[in-house]
Design a protein around this ligand. Structure first.
Ligand SMILES: N[C@@H](CCC(=O)N[C@@H](CS)C(=O)NCC(=O)O)C(=O)O
Length: 238
């Protein structure tokens, strides 16, 4: 059984999609990032960067093991089950390239863009444009890759698709259009129709915020330094 520490956002969906695709039993534990659950000392023990997703795998020889960072979790579960990852060295190399590309490029750019679209509306045009351009550039990278392929690694759906898809799903709310990226748009729809993906994106949808963030939420999410929230919350618990 997997303990799954989750909040319904694109980074959370990467792992919920793979768990659903694998049909692996899991128990979801909401990490309300707007309320500061990510700073709970017990959570920091498994996810030291105060970010979800994270998991604890109990189905191992010996003590349960914990993992943080979506790319590491996807790779671990795929290797463990031998599914959604190629067998060959070259195939794995390509999977790795697109996993690292997502966590080093598309993910951070989309995350920062989301900040300027949703939370710092109209406050800094230069920063907003910078992230919007970078996100759009990343959409172009994926579109070119998919021009001659059904999926990112070729004919087989894999963790390379699973990790890249959630931030493409929400292109429109991020202010981007897929009109100029027809191969990416087709790929987005192909994956969206998978039953496991539908179930995974619906996981915890009742938890999603329906109103703009409160001042408290802004403070927790956007004014983090090495000294602020973590120290404050750790002190309260100890
Ligand atoms: N590189 C991380 C990114 C995870 C991430 O940014 N998670 C966000 C939610 S989408 C989070 O937990 N934020 C909490 C915070 O900012 O304190 C991964 O791929 O797992």
């Amino acid at each position: 059984m997997i303990d799954f520490f989750y909040w319904p956002t694109p980074n959370g969906w990467k792992v919920s999609i793979l768990l659903e695709e694998l049909g692996m039993p899991y128990k979801m534990h909401p990490v309300n990032i707007g309320k500061g659950d990510q700073f709970d000392p017990d959570f920091l023990k498994i996810s030291p960067n105060n970010r979800m997703p994270a998991i604890i795998d109990h189905d191992v020889d010996g003590d349960p093991i914990s993992l943080f960072e979506s790319g590491a979790i996807l790779l671990y579960l795929a290797e463990k089950t031998g599914r959604f990852i190629p067998n060959s060295v070259i195939g794995k190399k390509e999977a790795m390239e697109w996993l690292f590309w997502q966590t080093g490029n598309q993910g951070p750019m989309a995350g920062q863009l989301s900040h300027f679209v949703n939370y710092a509306v109209g406050e800094n045009k230069y920063s907003h444009d910078r992230y919007a351009n970078e996100y759009e550039r990343c959409l172009g990278v994926l579109d070119r890759r998919l021009k001659t392929r059904q999926f990112i690694l070729g004919e087989e759906y894999s963790i390379a698709d699973i990790i890249n898809w959630p931030w493409v799903l929400i292109a429109k709310p991020l202010g981007a259009s897929l009109e100029n990226f027809p191969h990416l748009a087709d790929w987005r729809n192909r994956i969206k129709n998978r039953p496991a993906v539908k179930k995974a994106v619906d996981l915890g949808k009742e938890l999603r915020r329906s109103a703009p963030p409160t001042e408290e939420e802004r403070k927790i999410l956007f004014n983090q330094t090495s000294m602020s929230s973590i120290a404050e919350r750790t002190d309260k618990k100890s």
